[in-house]
Design a protein. Structure first.
Length: 270
């Protein structure tokens, strides 16, 4: 059983929903990433989604685009990100880590090399935004051989046949993009999300995480009522960005915001 699968099983037994916060590795500077990962886990995050900085993050809105730009100013590479995960694993062997990013850095490294090094570093899952499952055969084989979970996105426009195909390829969980837009958009329709998640459940037993457009504890709680996990990225990264001139407050503010999300999710299922 993978670390991701194990975590979802634990939460199911406890009657809880997974909180999956996103940060970009190397933002605002490389030395802060591992302490931020620990702060997120300590504040109640169940799975960490760690963004690999990329020069053209097409699925991301301006907030996360700027976080990639800040990280790339420090020349943070894919191997640097793996080193951060390895450092995190020195004192946290239980919190699952999913790398989220784009295909180019993985292509440069090579699928087999990337999968092997990611596994050695302590990565649990990989989500490549611009790799459609129809073209992911070789990458998925490499990930599975390294016992890593390939995570794929489902969109509001994804039809039933493609949902079935994606869910057959994915493992760990599937990630439903709650709106037609980039990360950080503000058009979240929880009724529509509930309907789509119910439809996805007809095709898979995998846990379903929902992200994009979740901005605060209130919206996180609403989404948690119909999903197995809530992914929060832009709202968290925006708070980090607002503290650019006050880096000493970064850890405490991230911890406080995450605790608020955790409390909201737990209250929603009582």
């Amino acid at each position: 059983m993978s670390r991701i699968q194990g975590r979802f099983e634990e939460l199911r037994k406890q009657g809880k929903k997974a909180l999956i916060p996103f940060i970009t590795a190397g933002d605002p500077e490389p030395a802060r990433t591992v302490p931020l990962m620990h702060a997120l886990a300590e504040a109640g995050a169940d799975i960490l989604e760690l963004g690999v900085p990329f020069s053209d993050p097409m699925a991301d809105g301006p907030v996360i685009q700027r976080s990639s730009e800040r990280a790339l100013k420090h020349r943070v590479s894919l191997r640097d990100v793996l080193a951060m995960v390895k450092a995190f694993r020195q004192t946290d062997a239980s919190t699952p880590v999913v790398l989220m990013g784009y295909l180019n850095p993985i292509e440069v490294l090579g699928y087999a090399v990337f999968a092997r090094e990611a596994r050695a570093a302590g990565v649990d899952g990989v989500l490549t935004v611009d790799m459609p499952p129809e073209e992911a055969h070789d990458l998925v084989i490499a990930l599975r051989e390294a016992e890593l979970d390939p995570v794929f996105l489902l969109a509001p426009t994804t039809n039933d046949e493609r949902i079935r195909r994606i869910c057959r390829t994915a493992s760990g969980f599937v990630y439903y993009v709650s709106l037609k837009g980039v990360t950080g958009s503000d058009k979240l329709d929880t009724v529509a999300v509930a309907e789509r998640v119910q439809g996805i459940r007809r095709h898979t037993d995998l846990p379903i995480g929902v992200g994009f457009g979740i901005k605060d504890p209130e919206s996180a709680a609403l989404v948690s009522k119909v999903s197995d996990a809530v992914v929060v990225g832009s709202a968290l990264v925006a708070r980090m960005e607002s503290l650019a001139e006050e880096p000493e407050r970064l850890i405490s503010e991230v911890r406080s915001f995450t605790k608020g999300l955790r409390q909201a999710l737990d209250a929603a299922v009582r």
